[in-house]
Design a protein around this ligand. Structure first.
Ligand code: DC
Length: 230
C-alpha cells in the first residue's frame, strides 16, 4: 500500500488511452479520478443543445455569458468503477462521447473563458486528496506541481483505429476516415490554440503506447508511482 497521496497528471493526444490508465490507477490506489475532457465535452453538449453552435457558426459572445448556467458534477458508479459526469443533474456520460460532440469540442475548449472556469473547478476538486486527472493541460496549467506527470502519445492511425472500434462497438455509424480526420483536426487545434495549448511539460515522462498492451503500460506506471510514494 502506498501511504503518501500524490497528484498524477496525465496529458496527451486524443485516444491515447489516458482515461483507461487513469481509471486503472485510481481504482488500484484508491484515488479520485477526474476526466477533464468530459468537462469540456459537457460544456460543448450544452452549447449544441442550446443553439450556440450551428453547422458554420459558434456564437461565442452569447455563450460565455451563459457559462454560469452549466453545472458539472461527477458521481461514482460502483458497477462501472468510475465517476460518471452530469450536466445540471442529468447523467450525460453517453451523449458526450458521440462524434457530433467530438467534432466541436476542441473549438469550445479553445475559448479562454471556458478554460478559466473549468481549470478553477479542476483545481478545487484536486485539493488535498490523492488524484489522477487526465486532459491536455493538467501538468502544465492545472497542477504544475504534480508529483508525477505523464505525456501519452501513439501514432494517429493507431489512435483512430482505437476510437473507431470504440464508437462502432457502441453502435455509432462512423467511418474510419471520419474518425482519423477528427483525431488529426483535434490534434491540430489542441496544440495550436493560444490559451494553454497541449504541450509536454518539461518534467513529464513521455509514454508512447503504440505497441504497449494496457497491462504492460499499467505495470510500468504503477512502478513509477510506487517509487515516488515510498
Ligand atoms: O480527452 P477528450 O478527448 O475527451 O477531450 C476532449 C477535448 O477537450 C479535446 O479535444 C481537447 C479538450 N481538452 C482540453 O482542451 N483540455 C483538457 N484538460 C481536456 C480536454
Amino acid at each position: 500500500m502506498n501511504s503518501k497521496k500524490i497528484i498524477i497528471a496525465i496529458d496527451g493526444y486524443s485516444s491515447t488511452g489516458k482515461s483507461t490508465l487513469a481509471k486503472q490507477l485510481a481504482n488500484n490506489l484508491g484515488y479520485v479520478y477526474v476526466d477533464t475532457g468530459a468537462m469540456y465535452r459537457v460544456t460543448t453538449l450544452y452549447a449544441l443543445n442550446n443553439g450556440f453552435i450551428s453547422e458554420n457558426h459558434f456564437n461565442i459572445n452569447d455563450f460565455v455569458i451563459e457559462l454560469h448556467k452549466i453545472v458539472i458534477s461527477f458521481k461514482y458508479n460502483p458497477e462501472l468503477k468510475f465517476a460518471e459526469v452530469y450536466l445540471n443533474g442529468v447523467n450525460v456520460e453517453k451523449e458526450i462521447r458521440t462524434m457530433h460532440v467530438s467534432s466541436f469540442v476542441s473549438k469550445v475548449a479553445a475559448v479562454p473563458e471556458v478554460r478559466y472556469q473549468l481549470v478553477k473547478q479542476q483545481q478545487e476538486i484536486g485539493e488535498g486528496t490523492g488524484i489522477v486527472m487526465d486532459g491536455r493541460d493538467i501538468g502544465t496549467v492545472v497542477f504544475p506541481n504534480a508529483e508525477l506527470k505523464l505525456f501519452m502519445t501513439a501514432s494517429d492511425k493507431i489512435r483512430a483505429t482505437r476510437r473507431f472500434d470504440e464508437l462502432t462497438a457502441k453502435g455509432d455509424a462512423v467511418t474510419y476516415e471520419e474518425v482519423l480526420h477528427n483525431v488529426r483536426e483535434r490534434d491540430y487545434i489542441d496544440t495550436h490554440r493560444k490559451n494553454s495549448p497541449l504541450v509536454k511539460a518539461s518534467d513529464a515522462i513521455e509514454i508512447d503506447n503504440s505497441s504497449l498492451t494496457i497491462a504492460e503500460q499499467f505495470d510500468k506506471i504503477l512502478k513509477l508511482v510506487t517509487e515516488i510514494c515510498s
